[in-house]
Design a protein around this ligand. Structure first.
Ligand code: MD3
Ligand code: FE
Length: 226
């Protein structure tokens, strides 16, 4: 088995056949580091955390300022949550659906976000917001930048769970060429440096079945928002 085969097995995320935490970080762009399989060891805890957050702050389809309903269902946890409506995109300390503060970040979320950021060269990352995205087949996220946070020197850490997706990653300008990456169950990416403001999106989710999430994909994004 050569190195390429090994990477293929690793990309298949088989917990039994390799220790994913031993996979080398993959450089995607300046400041963007892909940590394949880094969330596998805590996947069940992360999914239990999502269920706990959603019990207090249910997933909802928000509207863009232009009035379009998002195909991705979202909720948040931490000191602040990301919201969008007719009035714009922003972070709020309380869930507009309930008026109550967002639920706290589960311990497994904080531990993974901090360890992943440290591995990518950000030893002091302390996220205050975690946006949870839920994709059903057909859901997508068009090309955008994340720029509602206060300080872009802090990275964003993303965690993919459940069905795989095709992720599009461009550059600093909307017209820059995009590369496609498959993001799979257990993958973590740290977006720091210049890549923090690069355009990105998710292509329409394809039908599938995942042993832990059924027909869904979840994505966690840890942010320093406030
Ligand atoms: C690159 N989420 O929530 S995760 C988002 O899969 C978002 O749900 C996608 O884009 C998802 O804003 C993509 C990968 C990701 C997340 C944040 C980034 C890539 C990023 C921020 C800056 C640059
Ligand atoms: Fe984004």
């Amino acid at each position: 088995m050569d190195l390429f085969d090994f990477a293929g097995v690793a990309a298949g995320q088989s917990r039994e056949r390799l220790a994913p935490e031993n996979l080398a970080p993959e450089h995607m762009a300046p400041g963007a580091v892909l940590l394949r399989g880094r969330a596998l060891a805590s996947d069940r805890d992360l999914l239990a955390g999502i269920a706990a957050v959603a019990a207090a702050a249910p997933f909802r389809h928000m509207h863009t300022p232009g009035g379009f309903e998002m195909s991705v269902a979202m909720t948040s946890c931490g000191e602040a949550g990301w919201v969008t409506d007719r009035r714009g995109y922003r972070y709020e300390r309380c869930d507009p659906a309930s008026g109550a503060p967002w639920p706290p970040m589960p311990g497994a979320f904080v531990a993974l976000a901090r360890a992943s950021a440290a591995e990518a060269g950000f030893p002091d990352f302390a996220p205050d917001a975690c946006l949870i995205n839920r994709y059903a087949p057909g859901a997508r996220m068009s090309l955008h930048q994340d720029k509602d946070e206060q300080d872009f020197s802090r990275p964003i850490v993303s965690v993919s769970l459940g069905l795989p997706c095709m992720f599009q990653f461009g550059g600093a300008n909307r017209s820059d060429p995009v590369k496609k990456y498959e993001l799979r169950h257990g993958d973590v990416v740290v977006w720091g440096g210049p890549s923090r403001l690069y355009y990105h999106g998710v292509l329409r989710l394809k039908d599938g079945e995942h042993p832990l999430t059924g027909g869904l994909r979840y994505n966690l994004t840890f942010r320093g928002a406030l």
